[in-house]
Design a protein around this ligand. Structure first.
Ligand code: ATP
Ligand code: MG
Length: 547
């Protein structure tokens, strides 16, 4: 599966250097999600980068749950994360839990205390914050900073044994209160939280902080390159400090940062996405409008398109905002030569061909995919009563409107030239049907060389048409006049329509091009043989031109 090997990037240049200089003799990466929500397309970038890099160097990539917070663990999230990684086409070397390393982390903290490099502090969180100083002023040392090793060991043991309440004491690394890097001003490395952990139960009431835990997790697993996002760049000196001072690992990992993925019309924070789910703004984590992997899958995106997208976005240090149009372009490009076309009409209008025999039905030929002749042709029924798309008729035509209007003649794709003779109305003024005539001499594929028509439209045969529900999606977020991201009230527009009979056989998850409309997928949850429900993956028009 060569497409899973990602394009070269600056991270690979670092790795090449490390391998050449013999710093490492293999490459080991990890993908470390916190199981507190579903993965989104930003995570897909990290997944492609970590798994892709391991693949490129014949190395390994672990899936490691970062569960050092004793928050309620949700099995739903764990299962979803694994399903999403597999669906994207990647396989982890080992599945691991950071909480399995709590013992080693505790020993590492004790080691720091023994070396005089960590102390128990009685200051409250607010006091610690107030003592931290600012970017221009150095911090103030805590009165507890110079406690003896013995006292610190005793207090840390008491913390572990549950003698103190939440927040009463913390363990801090003793580094430098006047460091220009705020992260080095005696960061908290352990805190007290009396909570039951999903994995370790009530074994612990002290939990390590991310900056202390993460390097240790990486080192225990023999990770060589710990790839993370830019906001951790300023934490790197602390990452290196922890591993150097704990000293348990002779050849510690190296942290490398890259810019996180940001997409237009999208919010990518698990917390925000969870709020959308909890407030029922969307229909679950896999709502087809969500930027989650589960949402994109249900929407109809393919793993190939998402991997291609991650590859094209590339890996850089500078933050940027990527146009959603690129993601759409990738799926269009992937589907255009893979899926078959079907005739489907939205907001249908009935057409009666008054000069066509009443009892007759003939089968006309249409191509399955106009870009790929090898995908062949199929036959669709044509008879006296048909449906056309609501958008393909205008009673009073606009300028340059070449589709059907009274007095105009168009080609019905695969069939005949058809002329609109009259419009029949209901009592309320709405259109009941169009009375049309066909020209038997103009059948498609029979070498008709007579007069030309400017418009070609598609149709479905009324007798055999199957009703379908069409869910047309657009961006969940749009910008208001102030340029802020707000929810788009029209992110889902549901339409009723009719499809050619073959579509009744669509299986959930099957994709099609709806002729002249876009790419669609039979919804994996809502589509049954009784009720046909399709999600629009993406429309056909490509306003987006990738550079
Ligand atoms: P969120 O802020 O959306 O909750 P997170 O970073 O807290 O994301 P984690 O579960 O901690 O979520 O992330 C797992 C990995 O995915 C981390 O290594 C993180 O850097 C990476 N990641 C998360 N969001 C993005 C993004 N938008 N672009 C690239 N990588 C990302
Ligand atoms: Mg996180």
């Amino acid at each position: 599966m060569s497409e899973q090997v990602i394009a070269n990037n600056f991270i690979h240049a670092f790795i090449d250097e490390d391998l050449q200089e013999g710093v490492y003799d293999k490459v080991a990466t990890r993908f470390p999600p916190e199981p507190n929500g579903y993965l989104h397309v930003g995570h897909a970038k990290s997944i492609c980068l970590n798994f892709g890099t391991a693949k490129k160097y014949n190395g390994t990539c672990n899936l490691r749950y970062d569960d050092t917070n004793p928050v309620k663990e949700d099995l739903e999230y764990v299962n979803a994360i694994e399903a999403d990684i597999k669906w994207l086409g990647f396989t982890w070397e080992n599945k691991l839990w950071a909480s399995d390393y709590f013992g080693t982390m505790y020993e590492a903290a004790v080691e720091l205390i023994k070396k005089g490099l960590a102390y128990v502090d009685d200051l409250s969180a607010e006091e610690i914050k107030a003592h931290r100083g600012t970017l221009t002023e150095p911090g103030k040392e805590s009165p507890c900073r110079n406690r003896s090793v013995e006292e610190n060991l005793a207090l840390f043991t008491e913390m572990k044994e549950g003698k103190y309440g939440d927040g009463e004491k913390v363990l801090r690394a003793k580094i430098d209160m006047s460091s220009p890097n705020m992260n080095m001003r005696d960061p908290v490395i352990y805190r007290i939280v009396h909570a039951t952990h999903h994995n370790t139960g009530d074994d612990w009431c002290i939990y390590p902080m991310y900056d202390f835990a993460h390097p240790i997790e990486d080192a225990i697993e023999g990770i060589t390159h710990s790839i993370c996002t830019m906001e951790f760049e300023d934490h790197r000196p602390l990452y290196d400090w922890v591993l150097r001072e704990v000293g348990f690992w002779p050849n510690p990992p190296r942290q490398i940062e890259f810019a996180r993925l940001n997409l237009t019309n999208t919010v990518m924070s698990k917390r925000y996405l969870k709020a959308l789910v909890d407030d029922a703004v969307v229909d679950g984590w896999d709502d087809p409008r969500m930027p989650t992997i589960a949402g994109l899958r249900r929407r109809g995106y393919t793993p190939e398109a998402i991997r291609d997208f991650c590859d094209r976005v590339g890996v850089a240090k500078a933050n940027s905002l990527v146009d959603m149009g690129l993601l759409e372009h990738c799926v269009r490009e992937d589907l255009q030569s893979r899926v078959e076309s079907r005739n489907v009409v939205e907001d249908p209008i009935k057409v009666v061909i008054t000069n066509y025999p009443e009892e007759e039905t003939e089968m006309v030929t249409v191509e399955n995919n106009k870009n790929v002749p090898e995908m062949g042709e199929r036959k669709i029924p044509f008879s006296r009563e048909l449906y056309i798309d609501g958008a393909d008729f205008m009673e009073v035509p606009a300028k340059k409107y070449f589709r059907l209007f009274p007095g105009n003649e168009v080609r019905f794709k695969g069939a005949y030239f058809i002329k609109c003779e009259d419009v029949v109305k209901n009592d309320d003024g709405s259109i009941k049907e169009l009375l049309c005539t066909y020209d038997p001499e103009t059948k498609s594929g029979e070498g008709f060389e007579g007069r030309k028509v400017k418009g070609t439209i598609h149709f479905v045969d009324a007798k055999t048409a199957v009703p379908v529900t069409i869910r047309n999606y657009s961006y969940l977020m749009i910008q208001n006049e102030e340029g802020e991201n707000v929810l788009n009230p029209e992110s889902l527009v549901e339409k009723k329509g009719f499809a050619e009979p073959l579509l009744a056989e669509a299986k959930p998850g099957e994709r099609f091009q709806f002729f002249r409309h876009g790419y669609y997928i039979a919804d994996e949850k809502l589509c049954t043989n009784e009720t046909l429900v399709f999600n629009r993956i993406v429309d056909l028009k490509s306003g987006y031109k990738p550079e």
